[in-house]
Design a protein around this ligand. Structure first.
Ligand SMILES: [Cu+2]
Length: 145
């Protein structure tokens, strides 16, 4: 007799937010600066929004535009801004991580060809929890900020 009611409650439990899979990370404003002249390095920037109650982290990135792709930050070394490789870029729970010029970025080392304004290429981001996410990168002017 109460089978239908039981079934309805069972379905409600399945559909409750507590049992829902983690929501997707929001990755927006992905861009790279056009490389200057014969420069063999480039960088990409973006905003990562995490709608989940668990923290995540960007742990690697892959792209076909260069031989090596690294995660970098800038540090102030006695007034001189220097880039440094980092093993991971944290994305806080219910939070946002901004990667922008002068701060965190994805670094392309050994560009196989110059990055030209208007060009687009795919960047694969590898997250600790969210896994692999491919995003298109828009190449903006060498003067873009
Ligand atoms: Cu760098």
């Amino acid at each position: 007799m109460h089978i239908r009611l039981f079934y309805a409650i069972f379905c409600m439990i399945l559909a409750s937010p507590a049992s829902a899979a983690a929501a997707e990370l929001g990755i927006s404003g992905v861009w790279a600066r056009a490389s200057a002249g014969m420069a063999r390095a480039g960088a990409a920037f973006m905003t990562i929004d995490n709608p989940n109650p668990q923290a995540d982290a960007l742990i690697a990135a892959e792209a076909g535009v260069s031989g090596v792709v690294e995660l970098h930050t800038h540090i102030d070394d006695n007034g001189v801004m220097r880039m440094r490789k980092v093993p991971r870029i944290a994305v806080p729970a219910n939070g946002r991580t901004e990667m922008k010029p002068g701060g965190l970025h994805v670094m392309f080392i050994g560009l196989t060809a110059p990055l030209k304004e208007g060009q687009r290429f795919d960047l694969t981001l590898v997250f600790e929890k969210a896994g692999r996410i491919v995003v298109p990168v828009e190449v903006k002017s060498a003067k873009a900020r």
